[in-house]
Write a protein of this length. Structure first.
Lengths: 773, 333, 155
């Protein structure tokens, strides 16, 4: 007899973050808040040359300085690393060449900041300047001195992807209408508030402990071992609180390895705290991208084909670049059915700070071009943009032409909610000149189905629980809370399954000595994968408790269930045993109860080259409407409101989901209105929070969050991701709203007031009026 | 980011400050609020081994009766209801400065003498080394307008235009005693981004004085910037009207954020005295400002755009004068 | 390093005397010398607000304040705004509204907001936005922070 589950006490509600009290009091511990006895200051010398061959490095003067304990150069630790095992092209410090202004060349550990900086200035580096490669288009052709030897055929192309499904040329021939857009996107960066920082300590027992602001403690652990030549079991990686990541802490980064190397070299603790310029130069932000998106459609708006080409500016290293190159094509495969698809993507090395993964990695710039093209298509066909999208929506339980498995989708519900709540039908093309509404949609993976490493074979997430006589439940997992609230969700899932109060559950700080492996906070995987693992671990613990309750009550396990802080008889809930009593009974013979839960994503995807890229156990969907107001005299504009309809399956913590959506909109708004890594030549012009324009409170639109997702069949309690997907739809909603407001298309991001004014000037010069303006 | 060592001097009288500056000539900077100087020091821009803290000099503090001490914090002025009533244009400008946290430390004198800014100057040592140092710090060339004579760094204070249009004067003390000059003459119209004031070595800006006519005058400030806080002005236009919109006794316009020093436009405004503040006049003045200013591309927004916006913002600042004077927005209820 | 001389001030209500060099910044004094790590170092150049503390009740940037200039003054840090047990109403409002995500900017926001509420117990949304204009948050889009401050200030 199946016992009906009691209504959920926590999940689905608004669960305040369990670490909130620590954060509002300044008591949460971030890496820079930690200090070890005898700790030294580590500092890194960065290259002022964009591309240069290193002829010699003279560190003698620096080494002689009193107070200097170690000086390192690239040849000390030359083993290459990188987040993807197939593209190890970074080194802890530059070996042979420097590849961008800011590339790390040497490092020191000293008694004080002042001494460390003085020592850096005493290091003499002799170089031969090499030609600078700054334009990714030029880098697709063979060049004299490629940035990396691994560039394809003497070019600077790091990765090329060619894919073709169906017959795109035929679809375009037979199409009633086609549109083409050319998008150009400046690079943007994460700009988390906590700077990059690492503390490492070598101890006489032969162990190395590394505390670091990272999203991927496990990948850091592997890279440290590989580069330093220390077995993983002698390295302990600890992740304190992390002050934001957004993808910017999702690579093992060179300063982390340098810091550990300095600790090994000195036998002491060393801290490297990056200043803000260091953080900007380390970058790994969203790739500057140029793309061309062509869309073919039938007269009734049915989409027939996508033909996409992207040239992606990778900067100096590979980072996640192989994934980026695939994503910039394949993430076009939702939320619409597209029967024919062709993609050519090239990621090109340039002598600029490396690009990498940033929130909604690979899906943002591509999506903007598609959604603007669809807006254009709708206009050409005189179909409402909502109707066009609804008509083409992928149905649940379908497969895309490139083999993505779509299970749950509430995309149509998103469209309906956004349309109704925004008052779309009364506003679209009907607001006065200068005011407009626009629709943009989104689609994103809920966890990459592929782990990055395949050896050894292991789950993507493991969660351990320990319940001891004190009645507390300790949760161990290497999942990395970087502010998104995953610790809170982890605790809530455990508490929900066990029926206990949230305060009984303690999420233990990530520590590789204790925490079983989770592969990290990236690809929007944590809720889905950790959630499933946590649920399984808690269910295993529940099974032990129910068995003990059986012994205490005499009722068979099948008739028992967890009540609030107790086990109760399902059909006679007045018969119950308190949680602590049950726990103590359960541990009589074994001592503390320990259970484990794990998650491995199911096999999926096609068999073609790159078939795994973009596969995920579930996908999120979004439909946003933005309303904007333009000052036609200055080109300045303001996003007044965004209606954000989002399908994250079941929202397990509505507070956190709203927070992710509001924060994503802020970040998307930033990329749209003004954030940009601005270069003159190889030089980043604005490596500061003053000149890199993150929006302020006064620029935020009102946000109305509309959560309309149905339960996902495989997500924990029906949930899917809400951490990255919510960013994507923001940009095209704004772009299409600007078009509705003033009749100008913007495909060069960010859309600064100068560009708006130029667009208005052009329209006026051409004598084309728009809504009477 | 630590600061390189320096010696901090904390004089407790104006004379002591002047004497100390005299003794340390060429080797010291004055420290007012520090919100501009210390970031520049952290970037290793033109470091001096001595700092003279003006915070303890009583002659530089306090405001009232049309006098504003140079060390008065911007936050104190904006929080004073009487000051906001008497000088709404000034308070409008103050509220547009940086952020509340900066204004808590920043001083009136510091904002008037704020270091000029440029993308090629306000950078780290690594950055500047990578390109070659510039005229304004350690180098011999300008990267904005390539030549070796003149620095094009941009004056980025908000307060100066707002005080200029009210006819403020500067009280300056130095080894030679105290002198009073029109505020416009504090700045060197023959200078550049480096030689931008006419302060003599060792001279200290003690206070600014507003003439009685300035009290309650219609005045406004319009600032172009990317974000509603933090950002320095890309264009800052102040306007003041003495008389009424129907009959202009005297009109003043001033601009900052565009060139190496803030300036008035007497050649434009003197011609409209006696007339009315009507749309055609606004257009003519705005066009005149736009024609006259010469921004270069060394800030976030393009030079041509800033030039055009100088006209738009001038017109808006002037149009605001037609409205009756009102307490500045955000004033405490 | 330059000579370190004694510096006396009040920190969260208690008198303190510490050795301090001329070029020492208040942020370094707090975090490094006094191990008061609640005050955060975000940009170190005055453009993020993570390092805000109250100097004589006024929210100020500790990264741009020479420690020597706090001689005789009252410094209140996030530690001082926290009751010995439990949370202040403003802190409770932040927790309830979900106004923290990564939490790194939070102490600075609490400092700035507490000064606003001290001066203006029931601020309008516009007043909250203006008062928080020097604090940068990369996680929340400010929405829940503004909500929290208004909730703490609602009658």
């Amino acid at each position: 007899m199946a016992v009906p589950e009691p209504p959920r006490r926590l999940l689905g509600g608004r669960i305040p973050y369990i670490d909130g009290p620590l954060k509002v009091t300044g008591r949460a511990e971030y890496t820079d808040d930690l200090r070890r006895p005898g700790q030294l200051v580590g500092r890194i010398l960065r290259s002022p040359y964009a591309h240069a061959r290193i002829l010699s490095i003279d560190t003698a003067a620096a080494e002689r300085m009193p107070g200097v304990h170690a000086v390192l150069v690239g040849s000390d630790y030359p083993i290459p690393f990188g987040v993807l095992p197939i593209t190890h092209d970074e080194t802890a410090l530059a070996v042979g060449k420097t590849r961008y202004i800011g590339d790390m060349v040497a490092a020191v550990a000293a008694d004080s900041e002042g001494t460390a900086e003085e020592a850096l200035r005493a290091i003499r580096v002799e170089v031969e300047r090499l030609p600078e490669h700054l334009d990714p288009d030029a880098g697709t052709r063979p060049v004299a001195e490629p940035i990396h030897a691994r560039g394809l055929n003497g070019t600077n192309v790091q990765k090329e992807v060619l894919q073709h499904f169906g017959d795109v040329d035929r679809a375009f021939r037979e199409a009633a209408v086609s549109v083409a857009v050319h998008g150009n996107y400046a690079g943007v960066t994460h700009a988390f508030t906590e700077p990059l920082v690492t503390l490492a300590e070598a101890t006489p027992d032969g162990r190395l402990t590394v505390w670091s602001a990272t999203q991927v403690p496990h990948y850091l652990h592997r890279s440290l071992s590989e580069v330093l030549g220390v077995p993983m079991h002698r390295i302990r990686v600890i992740k304190p609180e992390v002050g934001g990541g957004f993808g910017g802490k999702s690579d093992p980064l060179p300063h982390e390895i340098v810091c550990a190397a300095l600790a090994l070299r000195t036998g002491r603790a060393v801290k490297i705290l990056c200043d803000r310029e260091d953080v900007f130069l380390t970058n790994h932000g969203r790739h500057p991208t140029r793309n061309e998106v062509r869309i073919a459609a039938a007269a009734d708006g049915t989409l027939l084909a996508y033909d996409i080409d992207a040239v992606i500016d990778g900067g100096a290293w590979s980072s996640f670049g192989v994934v980026t190159t695939y994503y910039n094509g394949v993430l076009s495969m939702g939320p619409y059915r597209v029967p024919n698809f062709r993609y050519r993507g090239r990621r090109v090395y340039t002598n600029k700070p490396p690009s990498g993964a940033m929130r909604a990695h690979g899906g943002t710039n591509l999506r903007y071009s598609i959604e603007v093209a669809l807006d254009e298509l709708a206009e050409r066909l005189r179909i409402d943009p909502f109707d066009l999208r609804s008509h083409n929506a992928l149905p649940p339980n379908s497969t895309t032409v490139n083999g993505f498995r779509i299970t749950s989708t509430s995309f149509r519900a998103c469209l309906a909610a956004a349309r109704e709540r925004s008052g779309w039908d009364a506003k679209f093309r009907k607001l006065p000149f200068g005011r407009g509404v626009g629709l943009g949609c989104g689609f994103y993976i809920s966890g990459s189905n592929s782990p990055i490493h395949f050896t050894p074979k292991m789950p993507q997430c493991t969660v351990h629980l320990k319940a001891d006589m004190d009645g507390g439940i300790a949760v161990h997992s290497m999942q990395a809370d970087i502010g998104q609230g995953s610790n809170t969700l982890l605790a809530a899932i455990v508490a929900e399954v066990l029926g206990v109060d949230l305060e009984r559950v303690h999420v233990v700080r990530v520590d590789s000595d204790i925490s079983p492996v989770d592969i990290g906070s990236y690809s929007s995987r944590v809720t889905f994968m950790m959630g499933n693992a946590a649920r399984r671990a808690a269910e295993a613990l529940r099974a032990l408790l129910l068995r003990a309750a059986r012994d205490l009550t005499g009722y068979p396990v099948e008739q028992l269930r967890m009540g609030h802080e107790c086990v109760e008889v399902a059909h006679r809930p007045e018969i119950r045993v308190g949680f602590l009593e049950v726990l103590h009974k359960a541990m009589e013979r074994t001592g503390a109860l320990q259970t484990s839960g794990a998650y491995t994503s199911p096999p999926m995807g096609g068999t073609h080259k790159g078939a795994r890229a973009g596969t995920a156990p579930a996908y999120s969907f979004a439909a946003y409407v933005a309303e904007v107001e333009v000052d036609a005299e200055t080109g300045q504009y303001r996003a007044e409101k965004i209606w954000a309809a989002f399908d994250c399956g079941r929202a397990l913590n509505r507070l956190a989901v709203e927070g992710q959506i509001e924060g994503s909109i802020h970040m998307g708004l930033g990329q749209f209105v003004g954030e940009a890594m601005t270069y003159r030549g190889p030089r980043l012009l604005n490596p500061s929070l003053l000149e890199y324009k993150i929006p302020m409170p006064g620029q935020m639109p009102e946000v109305e969050v509309l959560l309309v997702g149905d339960d996902d069949p495989e997500g924990p309690f029906g949930a899917k991701e809400a951490g990255e997907g919510p960013l994507i739809a923001t940009l095209p909603a704004l772009g299409n709203a600007l078009y509705d407001a003033i009749g100008v298309r913007f495909l060069d991001l960010p859309v600064t007031p100068e560009k708006v004014l130029r667009g208005l000037d052009r329209r006026r010069a051409e004598g084309r009026s728009w809504k009477g303006g | 980011m630590h600061l390189d060592p320096f010696t901090l001097h904390r004089p407790t009288s104006l004379q002591e400050a002047i004497d100390r500056a005299g003794a340390l000539a060429g080797r010291c900077d004055f420290l007012a609020g520090g919100t501009d100087l210390l970031p520049n020091y952290k970037m290793h821009l033109n470091l001096r081994p001595h700092l003279i803290d003006l915070g303890g000099v009583p002659e530089l503090s306090g405001f009232g009766e049309g006098r504003i001490g140079a060390m008065v914090r911007l936050a104190d002025l904006e929080a004073d209801p009487r000051f906001a009533r008497d000088y709404p244009g000034v308070v409008e400008a103050i509220r547009s400065v940086a952020t509340p946290l900066v204004r808590a430390g920043a001083s009136v004198g510091g904002n008037l003498l704020v270091e000029t800014r440029c993308f090629f100057f306000n950078q780290s040592r690594l950055w500047r080394e990578s390109l070659g140092y510039c005229l304004k710090a350690e180098g011999d060339r300008c990267h904005v307008v390539p030549q070796k004579e003149r620095c094009y760094a941009t004056f980025s204070g908000d307060l100066a235009p707002a005080l200029l249009v009210l006819g403020a004067t500067a009280e300056i003390a130095g080894p030679g005693g105290i002198r009073r000059v029109p505020l416009a003459e504090l700045y060197d119209a023959q200078g550049d981004g480096i030689h931008r004031t006419r302060l003599q070595p060792g001279e200290i800006l003690v206070a600014v004085h507003l003439p009685p006519a300035a009290r309650g005058a219609r005045a406004s400030y319009r600032k172009l910037r990317i974000r509603p806080s933090f950002d320095f002005p890309e264009v800052g236009i102040a306007a003041a009207l003495f008389g009424t919109p129907d009959r202009i006794e005297r009109l003043a316009l001033a601009a900052g954020g565009l060139e190496s020093y803030p300036r008035l436009f007497p050649e434009l405004t003197e011609a409209v005295a006696g007339g009315a503040l009507e749309p055609a006049v606004l257009d003519r003045l705005a066009a005149g400002v736009q024609r006259s200013v010469r921004p270069v591309h060394n800030t976030s927004l393009e030079a041509a755009y800033r030039k055009r916006m100088a006209g738009v913002f001038a017109r808006r600042a002037l149009a605001a004068l037609a409205d009756p004077p009102a307490p500045a927005p955000g004033a405490a209820p | 390093m330059a000579e370190r001389r004694e510096l006396s001030f009040r920190l969260n209500g208690h008198p303190r005397t510490v050795p301090c060099a001329d070029e020492r910044l208040l942020l370094d004094l707090l975090r490094e010398d006094l191990e008061m790590t609640g005050t955060k170092r975000g940009c170190d150049l005055g453009t993020c607000g993570c390092c805000a503390v109250l100097i004589d009740g006024r929210p100020s940037l500790s990264c741009l304040t020479l420690a020597r200039r706090i001689e005789g003054r009252e410094i209140t840090t996030i530690e001082g705004l926290t009751p010995p047990s439990g949370l202040s109403p403003l802190q409770k409002a932040f927790v309830a509204a979900g106004a923290t995500q990564c939490g790194f900017c939070t102490p600075g926001f609490i400092v700035a907001a507490s000064a606003l509420l001290a001066a203006t117990p029931h601020p309008t949304r516009e007043q909250v936005v203006a008062a928080l204009g020097g604090n940068l948050c990369r996680c929340t889009g400010y929405t829940k922070i503004i909500e929290a401050v208004q909730a703490a200030g609602s009658p």
